[in-house]
Write a protein that binds this ligand. Sequence first.
Ligand code: ABU
Length: 521
Amino acid sequence: MLECHTLLSFLPYYLLPAEDGEEATKHFLQELVNILLAYINKSLKRSSKVLDFHYPHQLKEGLEGFSLELPDQPDNLEQLLVDCRDTLKYGVKTGHPRFFNQLSTGLDIIGLAGEWLTSTANTNMFTYEISPVFILMEEVVLRKMHSIIGWPEEDGDGIFCAGGTMSNLYSVLLARFHLFPVVKTHGMSAIPRLALFTSVHVHNLIIVSSTLSEHASHYSIKKSAAVLGIGSENVIVVRCDERGKMISSELNSSIETAKSKGLVPFYVNATAGTTVYGAFDPLNEIADICEHHGLWMHVDAAWGGGLLLSNKHRVKLQGIKRAHSVTWNPHKMMGVPLQCSTILVKRKGLLQECNQLCAEYLFQPDKHYDVSYDTGDKSIQCGRHVDVFKLWLMWKAKGSEGFEAQINHCLENAEYLYYKLKRRTDFQLVFKGKPEHSNVCFRYLPKRLQSILPSPERDRELHMVAPKIKTKMMEEGFTMIGYQPLEDKVNFFRCVFSNPATQREDVDFLIDEIVRLGCEL
Ligand code: ABU
């Protein structure tokens, strides 16, 4: 038998399906597993860094033998393993307990196993004939999510899709089709000018002007309107209160105004867990308004949906069952490896009616099984990745109670940070009151700025503090947190907790690190 290192000096074409490739394949994959295990262990060690940051030009030039360039001749297996190790080395350890930068964090081992299995199966979600088990799993998981929302299990529908923005796009598409089915065949010229509504604080914000006084504009709903030919200008942005919740009376008057201008309102996006503040819109009040005006109500619970699994926190989504559709991303608060996002629809059959084109090479009606399980024609994609298995496996491993404990823990961390910051004079909370979700928004005030009274000049200085701290933070690599401005508010940090590995000592570390990096600014 050949030694492992000899096998690794082979070229990749010695691997299966090459004849006698079993041994080389086994060694290669075992070595890869060793690299991944070392990475996982390191990711969870507090003594290791979150990242080893390099600027784009450094990575492009190549570092210590790691080159991004593609060769004409094949590299050997050993080199490929070195490349795998280096790829992880120069990346960001998003599972590290001190990574606070994004809504999706953590590294769930069962979820990871699910992703490995999914890639090994390497199949496509469009038909039952090639994904029998995954298609049925999708049905089971979606039904479970429907029942958690409060919809009758057998009525609902849904699909896994590529992220929250895509889920929201589906919701606008369905709402428009529900009102004007003719649009599918005749396009926008066959229907009147539509208007849709969302709050100024919703998921994914961009600053539309370089001046801070300009308002922040919404991203995913505007993008949907642009993609679907409705026009981003026809998205009407509704004002929020100081906590970032949509003001329902403003929604009502915006609808009336749009009608008076001859537009046809058809859709409202309510948010359960905004990206920056973690705010929950008043869903019952919004549902009343939607019912009154006959509008489609969508709830973007991409971030907040996980709270439905917590008996303590699900009250924040009261009224969600009145929605016509819901976006819920298990890859956020439930900690499922990316990506895992759903669009859930109350009316069964609508996804199919809206999107089906009956391609005969895939969806033959005369197959020997119930072809309603060929769910691919519900989708706007053709090929669709299997996103359900890792979630199904994690649900088996934790039970709903395990998810509940995990989510409660993340919100407890947020509360811990909030109370710590509230007591300090060198930190300033961005909004009053306890966070509703696991988002804590705050500024650090270097000594120099603590004694200066609020003024535009002080704001200009304060605006630069978070980016300066973040630069040093990333260059040193011990932790990572995001920052942004919002509407007229200058840059502030947003700390989010979705990683069950994070403990109070990590929260303490974050505060100390910000002070260490920022005290001289
Ligand atoms: N889908 C929005 C995610 C943004 C964030 O992780 O901060």
